[in-house]
Design a binder for this molecule. Structure first.
Ligand code: MG
Length: 311
């Protein structure tokens, strides 16, 4: 039980206000791990007001179409050519400029705005695949990130199917990135959903693998195609022995399970050399390129045929 407490007449004498304050205190108690009680403080009200403001700002931005996608190239380590991109959401804020997803995605997720925002982003990504095709890049895959909340939303499967049909994109060019913590959800529901997505022909990537706990049994039983090693392990290669060992073990495990391995967050040639020697097939990171806007991406894709990505 989580309990929020507000005091009469100290905090207020108005019933509606008191109820709101008690509610805020209860949410604070829940945030602190549940099973405790919290007294209302004015700071809670300020925090709630700020959150409300941000939430309104996000909703307005969504209406005004202020979200765009940037794309980080993903490279095949054998051919050193770009085989796909991962889409990252950016907010073109009227005052703050370009705001990266980390700064607003949690709020969008908590408030449920992620459902509409996610649909818009997914649609934009599908349209981009076709624009790339027209520019002569016909086999590039597009990876899009989804949160647990989006994926467990009852309309998720329908959303994916509908946007693919409406945009006319080839399903096999689309890669859905699923957070590893999704494997903690109800196994039956999850299996049914992933099988249905797999039937649509999209590729399923398990993202951030190695961060937090994740059932290996589920990993084996679900129709996944790719796992992405969490950048936390890549960062410490090759100087931190245990991170390097974990990365090697994950690559070996993935091979046993017939999964392709992508290493993300690759920033140095030493990391790249290690990953290649460990048999990792694909990677992405600032060593190759930062996430790029649509035009910069096309430029990057053209240049890869003029000179090697890593010389
Ligand atoms: Mg990702």
């Amino acid at each position: 039980v989580s309990i929020g407490i507000t005091m009469v007449p100290h905090d207020s004498e108005d019933v509606g206000t008191l109820m709101k304050f008690a509610d805020l205190a209860m949410y604070r108690a829940k945030e602190m791990g549940r099973n405790n009680y919290q007294f209302f403080t004015p700071a809670m009200n300020i925090k709630a007001a700020r959150r409300m403001l941000q939430q309104e700002e996000l909703a307005t931005a969504l209406q005004e179409d202020r979200f765009v996608l940037h794309y980080q190239p993903k490279v095949d380590l054998n051919t050193q050519k770009v085989i796909g991109v991962e889409a990252f959401l950016r907010w073109h804020h009227p005052e703050k400029g370009v705001v990266p997803a980390q700064q607003f995605i949690n709020l969008a997720d908590e408030t449920g705005l992620i459902i509409r925002l996610g649909e818009q982003a997914f649609r934009q990504a599908c349209i981009q695949v076709q624009a790339l095709e027209r520019a002569g890049f016909e086999s590039l895959k597009m990876a899009i990130n989804f949160s647990v909340r989006q994926i467990t939303d009852t309309g998720f499967l329908d959303l994916i199917r509908r946007v693919i049909t409406e945009t006319g994109v080839a399903a096999d060019r689309i890669e859905l990135e699923l957070p590893a913590e999704l494997l903690n959800e109800d196994p039956r529901m999850l299996r049914e959903l992933l099988v249905a997505l797999n039937d649509l022909g999209v590729c399923l990537i398990l993202d951030d693998f190695g961060k937090g706990s994740c059932s290996l049994v589920a990993l084996q039983q679900l129709p996944l195609d790719v796992i992405k090693i969490d950048h936390g392990f890549i960062r410490d290669i090759p100087y931190n022995v245990s991170a390097t060992d974990v990365a090697s073990a994950v690559i070996a495990l993935a091979h046993k399970l017939h999964l392709t391995v992508v290493a993300e967050g690759v920033e140095t040639v030493q990391q790249l050399a290690f990953l290649k020697s460990a048999g990792c097939a694909q990677s992405q990171g600032n060593l190759f390129s930062y996430p790029l806007d649509e035009d910069a991406l096309i430029g990057f894709l053209i240049r890869q045929y003029e000179k090697p990505l890593i010389s």
